[in-house]
Design a protein around this ligand. Structure first.
Ligand SMILES: [Zn+2]
Length: 234
């Protein structure tokens, strides 16, 4: 099984999970880079997973389904008719021999969900980024805080695959609000080098995020809200 980031739009990643000649795509905000990747890699599209209803995560679905009719499209109710398999928190399903568990992770949108594969890889859309988390467009800070607690409860070795390359700017905020730590500064240095070479900084891990992500470190809702508002106004 091979996981690959397909860059799309300005700073999105569409994650591909490939097994033999089949692939699953997560949050295809554009069709063309996915179709190009499938052709170049001699892969067929097997399924699509959607985390939430923002256009930069779903706008490629209709065209992909035209090329691959009848494939399953998993997603929360909020993506509407794009999903023919509507799922919610704690549901399990299997694709390409892999186990997927749905984790409710609302806050960024009212219906945002994440997908935990084999208890090892978390595809978290805009609910969690390396060094940060998504803006709480719904105003439901409790839901976003609860989502972060669910992520924190996962094993430290779980890899996280967010849908955006926001690590560098998130760490610039993290170093301002967290006590100094060698791990944070070393990580920031590594990320700055990767970005200066236009390279990807992901995946990260739950263990690292627990140590360097200020939003994962917020101990209660008030602290989380204060941090989120500080970052939104930065
Ligand atoms: Zn979003």
């Amino acid at each position: 099984m091979k996981i690959t980031a397909i860059p799309a739009l300005g700073d999105n990643y569409i994650w591909s999970i490939a097994e033999q000649n089949q692939a699953i795509m997560i949050d295809p905000g554009e069709a063309k880079p996915v179709l190009d990747f499938l052709a170049k890699s001699s892969l067929h599209l097997n399924a699509i997973l959607l985390t939430h209803n923002h256009s930069d995560h779903i706008d490629g679905v209709a065209e992909l389904v035209q090329h691959y009719p009848n494939i399953p499209v998993y997603g929360p109710k909020e993506v509407g008719e794009l999903a023919n398999q509507v799922v919610k928190g704690e549901q399990h399903f299997h694709l390409l021999g892999q186990d997927f568990r749905v984790i409710e992770s609302a806050g960024h949108t009212a219906g945002h969900i994440s997908y935990l594969m084999n208890n090892e890889q978390l595809f978290c859309g805009d609910a969690l980024f390396s060094g940060g988390c998504g803006r709480v467009f719904t105003g439901d800070y409790q839901a976003q805080f609860d989502a972060l607690q669910r992520f924190k409860a996962l094993a430290d070795f779980v890899e996280i695959y967010p849908a955006h390359e926001y690590t560098q700017s998130n760490l610039q905020f993290a170093v301002k609000v967290l006590p100094p730590s060698c791990e944070l500064l070393e990580y920031q240095e590594r990320v700055d080098i990767l970005r200066s070479q236009k390279r990807i900084t992901l995946p990260s891990t739950i263990g690292r995020e627990k140590r360097i992500n200020p939003f994962m470190q917020a101990v209660d809702l008030d602290q989380f809200i204060a941090l989120r508002q500080q970052k939104d106004n930065a």
